[in-house]
Design a protein around this ligand. Sequence first.
Ligand code: GLN
Length: 492
Amino acid sequence: MSDLTKLTLAGARDALKKKDITSAELTGAYIAEVESGAPLNAYVTVTAEKAMEMAKASDAKLAKGEGGALEGLPLGIKDLFCTKDVLTTASSHILDGFHPPYESTVTANLWRDGAVLLGKLNNDEFAMGSSNETSYYGPVVNPWRRKGDDTKLVPGGSSGGSSAAVAAKLCLAATATDTGGSIRQPAAFTGTVGIKPTYGRCSRWGIVAFASSLDQAGPIARDVRDAAIMLRSMAGHDEKDTTSVDRPVPDYEAALGQGVKGLKVGIPKEYRVDGMPAEIDALWSRGIEWLKAAGAEIKEVSLPHTKYALPTYYIVAPAECSSNLARYDGVRYGLRVEGRDITDMYEKTRAAGFGAEVRRRVLMGTYVLSAGYYDAYYLKAQKVRTLIARDFATVFADVDVLLTPTAPSAAFAIGEKTDDPLSMYLNDVFTVPVNLAGLPGISVPAGLSSDGLPLGLQLIGRTFDEETLLKAAYAVEQAADFKAAPEAWWKA
Ligand code: GLN
């Protein structure tokens, strides 16, 4: 049985088409893995019965030689995506009992293509975090451990349920979202591949909003090919999201293996930050050598406003979050705590329903948007955001992709940074600029740290050029030949 879960998404797809396996067998094997994976806390809701129904429907189609691009393939869905009649909480107490009467466009696209829903994956509350420790449902545990050390590590965040579930083979692939790094950083911490597409590539409709001008959906998968297959199904124009862009969705899988001969790869010198561990720097140098050996041309480039990206993000994102989260008032969704009058009810509900990190963001956001500070903080941040986007536009006149580390460290211990929000925010130093500029970015596992943990390299591409990004990522993947996997200690 468990051999079935060793197949990649592409492998399982091909085996189903050839009728070597059935979706009911595959889905059954995953449900067993999800059950034994409970110590990882990756799922907040398991939909085993629904999964088996969907699998049987897929088998009926496959038997007739029909079915979509993901027919019969069991996936995990980040609990930020609304799933019709299936509990959706954004891992927040305030959404207790919320069963959306509608389906997000991205998940609807996956079901259209035949995918099977295994359940909803844990995440940082409202996707605010870098470690999946802010979830109302408790932290997710990284399936990876340091060599000879059983300290529990974080799987990255906010899509920590997605990254842990893919790394521990509790689903074939997962959906995730990325506002400042939440697809790429957890992928780097778990030896998986995560791509955040261009802003507007996937519809945001039906995804619980955090910071609307930054949020994008994307997949976390076992390898670059699987990520390409997932993205093709997730992406596409949607009339219900005016920021989704009306451009045809390419066959991303077809872009793989085209080689990178002549590709111009930029190395941004500002990403060589103080205090970066030597092994991250060494990994980056290896990545450069791999791409050079594959025929790419390497150029040093400059993104001079990089150092302003984190402070800019921590004004823009909280500002948008404070506005987006105003809707949770005890009237329309989930939790209600009764009060003396309606104002008291709002206050009690929001005080009980939001965790500490979410409250911190709402406070920061309300502050930077308030009459006296709007120009000094919010407007200034928007101007700097434009300069950051302009830096990228300038370098992309000369290069096709950029290569950087994904995160400044490997996975850290649960609890290690919880009392230090600034050091937590530093996790996103390499990923946040990409969201501010709306560009696509991907993280590929590229090696192990000295204590045996996965490390990722990030590639950043031009707007809507996910094909070049995936092609370059595939070349890095081939050269890195990353075969390591976590030991299944959670089954013991
Ligand atoms: N870690 C960042 C934050 O907490 C990014 C989160 C995300 O991308 N959703 O805001």
